[in-house]
Design a protein around this ligand. Structure first.
Ligand code: SF4
Length: 198
């Protein structure tokens, strides 16, 4: 077995252990019940797709309540703010309302994968994310399930691996089926210049 395959096997095993630990922790059942309750709200009628997207952010936060305490992800780490962060127009609208900054709504082809690799997000500051309450779904759902954050560090690895074994596709599928979640482009293209907020 090549060392690369061994390494991937180890990563998968570590990820699975993290998931098992999160799902069996004290309070996990209550957290899962909260997640289900928030997910059910997606089936309600929303006046517009921005409100629907806000509901999806609540789902993502409930999801995070289950897994975040069991990951290596910690305040102060911003490796994942240096990779592609694809967001929808609704998410751009939510950020715009939060910051008072207009977004670039021009249509363009989806940027190439890894186009922004190694470049900081427009909203990353020395203090961390300046739009934390309005941060996109991708940021709310990104967790390293490994026992080290180094696989997120764009200075060390040259291809961003799929770090999470968490299945979040259902959330995107639900949004798309209700007319939200597109078009998508990188957060740096919606908000091209470094943003100063707050
Ligand atoms: S929105 Fe915030 S959390 Fe997300 S990549 Fe940008 S700085 Fe990081």
């Amino acid at each position: 077995m090549s060392s690369e395959i061994q390494r991937l096997d180890l990563m998968i095993e570590t990820s699975q252990k993290t998931i098992e630990r999160a799902l069996s922790a004290d309070g996990a059942a209550e957290a899962e019940a909260r997640l289900r309750a928030e997910a059910e709200k997606l089936e309600q009628h929303y006046e517009n797709t921005v409100d629907l997207t806000r509901a999806a952010m609540n789902v993502a936060d409930a999801f995070g309540e289950i897994f975040a305490p069991h990951t290596i992800c910690k305040k102060g780490c911003n490796y994942c703010c240096h990779v592609d962060v694809r967001i929808s127009r609704e998410e751009a609208q939510i950020i715009s309302e939060h910051t008072g900054v207009n977004y670039d709504d021009s249509q363009e082809a989806l940027s190439k994968r890894h186009e922004h690799y190694g470049k900081p997000c427009s909203f990353l500051t020395e203090e961390g994310c300046s739009i934390y309450e309005a941060r996109p779904l991708a940021c709310r759902l990104h967790f390293s399930l490994l026992d080290t954050p180094t696989m997120c560090d764009t200075r060390i690895v040259d291809s961003h691996v799929k770090l999470t074994g968490l299945d979040t596709e259902w959330l995107w599928t639900t949004l798309r089926s209700k007319g939200a979640g597109s078009p998508v482009k990188d957060i740096r293209k919606f908000f091209p210049k470094p943003q100063k907020t707050g």
